[in-house]
Design a protein around this ligand. Structure first.
Ligand SMILES: CC(C)(COP(=O)(O)OP(=O)(O)OC[C@H]1O[C@@H](n2cnc3c(N)ncnc32)[C@H](O)[C@@H]1OP(=O)(O)O)[C@@H](O)C(=O)NCCC(=O)NCCS
Length: 265
């Protein structure tokens, strides 16, 4: 076994492994990772075949680890740990590191010094889709609110991610959303107040029998809990936001939805 830098040709195999886990991931997201941080994405190779991978994502003051996956046939042989160690090493110059852990991986990350910051609930709304706003909104407004929420400059990621997503804004909130494979995902969804957050979601959601929507929400945000419950969303899973090193003052009260399903905050 050896690890090497991930190549564009590895992404289809990575996606296959991600979909086998039921992850809400698409090629666009994986390409975005690889394009933004090609030196920080690694594949695990056995007999010339890709059997696992990890992707990292960097902001000016923090790094994210995402999409750690090993092919089921090759698990429990130390490959996951080797990939994780490599990703961690890549991010080590940054003051803080984050990840969203699936329950099965929490112990592994704790061993490397990660601690729990928050639970993240995955909410699902069956029988609905999101419609496209006429006016995409002001990107400067979006970036300002995002940096207040995360205490981080995430503009490089958002500039690129939003090219493939729609977003709507109002006086106190913004809501990003897009189609991922056969469903829709919300994120980021950020607001200064509950009313503005609610108005945006109500204005974007459309009933549609054969579609569904997913959004990942920090449990601390009880306002988001109220909105989603009232709009017939149900919790379908939980992951754990974990951090190592410096933890900035993240404004969880203003974060109604993470940027993506678990991989970049
Ligand atoms: C998590 C995952 C990457 C681990 O890969 P792996 O190659 O099996 O991991 P390793 O063999 O290096 O094992 C690393 C440690 O995790 C533990 N571990 C692995 N799978 C586990 C499981 N299902 N439940 C509990 N512990 C587990 C191992 O026991 C090992 O601990 P040890 O060193 O104390 O013995 C792999 O199970 C996977 O791809 N899971 C599905 C995707 C996923 O959940 N990824 C994590 C996203 S946050």
């Amino acid at each position: 076994m050896y690890l090497r830098q991930m190549e564009t040709d590895d992404l289809d195999i990575m996606l296959k492994m991600a979909h086998a886990e039921g992850w809400s991931s698409d090629k666009f997201e994986f390409e975005l990772y690889l394009n933004i941080n090609p030196m920080g994405c690694f594949s695990c190779i056995i007999d010339e075949k890709v059997v696992g991978g990890i992707m990292t994502f960097t902001y000016p003051n923090s790094g994210w680890i995402g999409n750690l996956v090993v092919d089921r046939k090759y698990r429990l042989k130390g490959f996951g740990k080797a990939l994780f160690r490599r990703g961690l090493q890549h991010l080590s110059p940054l003051p803080g590191m984050f990840l969203c852990a699936s329950p099965m991986a929490v112990r592994l990350y704790s061993e490397f010094g990660f601690r729990k910051v928050s639970n993240i609930n995955r909410w699902k709304r069956k029988g609905a889709t999101l419609h496209l706003p006429k006016n995409k909104g002001n990107i400067e407004y979006v970036l300002t609110m995002d940096s207040i929420c995360w205490h981080e400059d995430r503009s490089r990621m958002l500039d690129l991610a939003l090219k493939n997503r729609f977003y709507a804004v109002n006086e106190g909130a913004w809501l990003g959303f897009g189609q991922v494979n056969d469903h829709w995902t919300i994120g980021p969804w950020e607001a200064y107040d509950k009313e503005s957050a609610l108005k945006l979601l109500q204005g974007s959601l459309v009933e549609s029998t054969d579609q569904h929507i997913l959004v990942d929400v920090p449990v601390q945000n009880t306002k988001a809990w109220d909105i989603l419950t009232n709009m017939d969303f149900k919790v379908v899973g939980t992951s754990v936001l974990m951090c190592k090193g410096l933890l900035p003052e993240i404004a969880f009260d203003n974060i109604y939805g993470l940027a993506s399903m678990g991989s970049k905050g």
